[in-house]
Design a protein around this ligand. Structure first.
Ligand code: ACK
Length: 214
């Protein structure tokens, strides 16, 4: 049936091809494995455990959340505000099913989520809903991310909110505390368990613009 005649999906987004999903998962696992061992991280361990002396295995701490994707519009089968308007947007219709290359420019970790920041091109921004950044004054596309894992009991919607939170600090002029030069890039600490790794080389990730019904 044509898109108009079926229920709206749970969400629209870019779905990473399976070969690159593997690569991104490996990169994030390597990052977590290394982050765990850094003195700078251990110094702020209480952010994660609530107790300074306890240890944390970040690879176990975060649980994977299914196929890697970058949500554009959460529709909740039509119940979310603006869902129908989004599905009817000519750019969404025209580009549905097309291939894109996403650029992953940073990895971030909080006590709740681990994710990758996605830096959207102008073409990709045509598919970005106007309300995604909510009441923040951050530019459109700021929330674009891939959820790599969530702590026990945390829903994936939190990943984008954690990213917005870090970007809002940056926008307020808080530069964070430079923590470590890693092979992958520069690691910065923003307090309260918030870590951002700016990738030296962005990761290019081929992805298909489509939707998920669940
Ligand atoms: O990791 P995500 O971007 O966060 O991908 C999943 C996807 O939709 C299916 O749950 C995202 N999601 C869930 N609720 C919302 C929401 N209210 N606003 C934006 N994205 C959401 C979730």
């Amino acid at each position: 049936a044509p898109l108009e005649e079926v229920d709206l999906p749970l969400f629209f987004g870019w779905f990473l091809l399976s070969s690159v999903q593997e690569k991104v998962r490996c990169t994030s696992m390597d990052f977590l494995k290394t982050l765990d061992t850094l003195e700078a991280f251990k110094k702020h361990l209480a952010d994660f455990t609530g107790k300074a002396e306890k240890e944390v295995d970040l690879e176990q701490y975060f649980k994977p959340k299914g196929a890697l994707h970058c949500t554009t519009k959460f529709c909740n089968y039509g119940k979310a505000e603006g869902a129908k308007e989004y599905a009817e947007n000519p750019a969404v219709k025209a580009l549905y099913g097309s291939a894109f290359e996403l650029s992953l420019t940073a990895l971030f970790v909080t006590p709740r989520t681990v994710g990758a920041r996605v830096s959207l091109t102008d073409e990709q921004l045509q598919l970005w809903p106007a309300d995604a950044e909510q009441s923040s004054s951050l530019p459109p596309g700021s929330r674009a991310h891939i959820t790599l894992g969530c702590a026990e009991g945390v829903e994936p919607v939190q990943t984008g909110l954690d990213l917005l939170d870090i970007l809002a600090l940056q926008q307020d002029g808080q530069q964070g505390e430079p923590a470590e030069e890693m092979e992958l890039g520069s690691l910065t600490y923003y307090g309260e368990g918030r870590w951002l790794l700016s990738l030296r080389e962005p990761i290019g990730a081929p992805a298909c613009f489509s939707s998920f019904y669940g």
